[in-house]
Design a protein around this ligand. Structure first.
Ligand code: CU
Length: 68
């Protein structure tokens, strides 16, 4: 299991939290995802054999947020 903290800009409210946590959370191989709205950080725990970090970043990007 890998644990990463991503810096994500553009998240501003509960809708953003739901969009990121919901869409990243339903990727196969993602164990947990937690958005920290105040700091603009997203903690993700995932299985590197099942899902790539690139895929996770793309999923966040697809919701309209910028991942560092
Ligand atoms: Cu929002």
């Amino acid at each position: 299991m890998e644990n990463v903290t991503l810096n994500v800009s553009g998240m501003s409210c509960g809708h953003c939290v739901s969009a990121v946590e919901g869409n990243v959370g339903k990727l196969a191989g993602v164990d947990s995802v937690k958005v920290h709205l105040e700091s603009g950080k997203v903690d993700v725990a995932f299985d590197n054999d099942k899902v790539s970090l690139k895929k996770i970043k793309e999923t966040i990007d697809d919701q309209g947020y910028d991942v560092e």
